[in-house]
Design a binder for this molecule. Structure first.
Ligand code: A5P
Length: 230
């Protein structure tokens, strides 16, 4: 089974959990795109929802498909958010996110959600975070070189993310992203806290203790994972 088929199956399984009247968080990335497409089809069939997107890209897809968008001024809580991930730790369901550059809005929406449902193909499941994905660290543009030096002091070589034209990538919030290959993380939660306390860092792509469940597609169907009790 190809990866797109798996992403689509996982996304559709999660989209089936959405019910009439919900405020839904819309993730970002190729797997979240399948989930938004599934919600568009359900809305055309009569499902009534409002949604808060985690990126301009996802907002555009939802709007074009007829999903009503809302914001935190009108709805302070989100019932359920469906989003992808770059790595999912088996057991804890802690995540690395942000390869698509939407980590900050994704984390804000996830933190305001009653349930964060992660959708992915099986390549995203790992025993320990950090082995395959660089950890994206979003930093303010002003003085980013000094912020990068502070991050480097944690024992990593931060790489400024570039866009397709070779210019510094800008997030929807206008910030820069440093991709940081820390390697396997013995203490992902500790690193997340350290990065959050680093001057100039806006946030990192480490999502600790936020996932309510993950729908992961394998060659033999979509498996559901819940975080192991701490
Ligand atoms: C977007 O900023 C990311 O957090 C994505 O959710 C993550 O990169 C997963 O994307 P894919 O579903 O495209 O792999």
């Amino acid at each position: 089974m190809d990866r797109d088929r798996q992403k689509c199956d996982a996304a559709e399984a999660a989209a089936a959990l959405v019910q009439d009247g919900m405020v839904v968080g819309l993730g970002t990335g190729s797997t979240a795109t399948f989930a938004i497409a599934a919600l568009v089809r359900r809305v055309r069939d009569g499902l009534r929802i409002v949604a808060i997107p985690t990126s301009e890209r996802s907002a555009a897809q939802a709007r074009a498909g007829g999903i009503r968008l809302t914001d935190f001024a009108r709805h302070s809580r989100v019932d359920l958010t469906i989003d992808g991930a770059d790595e999912i730790a088996r057991g804890s369901l802690d995540l690395v996110k942000g390869l698509g550059g939407a980590l900050l809005r994704e984390k804000i929406v996830a933190a305001a959600s009653d349930r964060l449902i992660i959708v992915a193909d099986e390549t995203k499941l790992v025993e320990q975070l950090g082995g395959t994905a660089a950890i994206p660290v979003e930093v303010v543009a002003f003085g980013w070189e000094t912020t990068a030096a502070r991050v480097a002091a944690l024992g990593v070589h931060p790489v400024l993310r570039l866009d397709q034209d070779g210019r510094p990538f800008r997030s929807d919030g206008g910030n820069l992203i440093l991709d940081c290959r820390f390697g396997l993380l013995a203490d992902a939660a500790g690193l997340e806290r350290t990065l959050a306390q680093t001057i100039g860092v806006v946030d990192s792509g480490l999502f600790i203790g936020m996932s309510a469940c993950a729908r992961v597609a394998t060659g033999s169907g979509v498996a559901q994972f819940k975080p192991a009790a701490a």
